[in-house]
Design a protein around this ligand. Structure first.
Ligand code: PEP
Length: 252
């Protein structure tokens, strides 16, 4: 598989409240991307901002969606389909974020979405992660099962369009990220799952980390945590902090 860049993904969730604010964040980050050579930066705004932001994204930034429906078209009031996204330059789609799973998204739905996103040539950022940890390491099997179920029947050629985002639920929106040491252990574990189950080389699928990333922990999470990038929630709305995070990742 080809060597790919590191990845920093900003998941804005249901923010910011105005397009003007969204444009400001993108503008500030874009102006500060000149020296970024080894990292791809992806913004995942709410659907309504995808079209107006798509022009501004051209060049150094990439556009992602936070979710979408795998059905081709039809009577699905309120939904947006994967097929509708590429025309706005969307390259990435987050799939199975814990906040979506919390709203009833099952492993089967996640799997359908992974298949649909990758078959359209976009990259699926597949979120996995346990809600809590136990002394017996059962959380490891939980994460393994989430990965296997999400990737079921996905053709091997589609794996270059897959990113695994390890996001332990207990670290999302929290005061602190997980430790780099614990992340290192998890990244080795996920690589082993991918190798044992799909014969994927250790750098064949990018593994990124999400959960309370900030400018203080970004560097060590990537370097010592042994991951290819970060999925950033709150700090992706703070343009100066986000720029700093991007620079720290790029320097690794
Ligand atoms: C997230 O929800 O994906 C996330 C990582 O959020 P935060 O960075 O705010 O913890």
């Amino acid at each position: 598989m080809k060597k790919v860049k590191k990845l920093v993904v900003g998941n804005w969730k249901m923010n910011p409240v105005s397009l003007e604010e969204a444009r400001k964040i993108v503008g500030t980050v874009k102006r500060n991307m000149k020296n970024i050579k080894r990292t791809e930066v992806v913004f995942c705004p709410p659907f309504v901002y995808l079209s107006p932001l798509s022009k501004a994204m051209k060049g150094s930034l990439s556009l992602g969606a936070q979710d979408a429906n795998s059905e081709t078209a039809g009577p699905f009031t309120g939904e947006v389909g994967h097929l509708q996204l590429p025309q706005f330059g969307v390259k990435y789609v987050i799939v199975g974020h814990s906040e979506r799973r919390n709203m009833g998204e099952t492993d089967e739905i996640v799997n359908k979405k992974v298949q649909s996103v990758t078959s359209l040539g976009m990259t699926a950022i597949v979120c996995v992660g346990e809600s809590s940890r136990d002394a017996n390491g059962e959380y490891l099997d939980f994460v393994k099962q989430q990965i296997l179920k999400a990737l079921k029947d996905v053709p091997k050629k589609s794996f270059e369009n897959i990113v695994i985002a390890y996001e332990p639920i207990w670290a999302i929106g929290a005061k602190q990220a997980m430790t780099s040491l614990d992340l290192h252990e998890m990244s080795i574990f996920i690589k082993k799952v991918l190798k044992d189950s799909y014969s994927i080389a250790s750098d064949g699928v990018r593994i990124i980390y999400g959960g309370s990333v900030d400018r203080v922990n970004a560097s060590s999470l990537v370097k010592e945590g042994n991951v290819s990038g970060l999925l950033v929630g709150r700090q992706s709305l703070e343009s100066k902090d986000f720029v700093e995070i991007i620079n720290l990742v790029d320097a690794q």
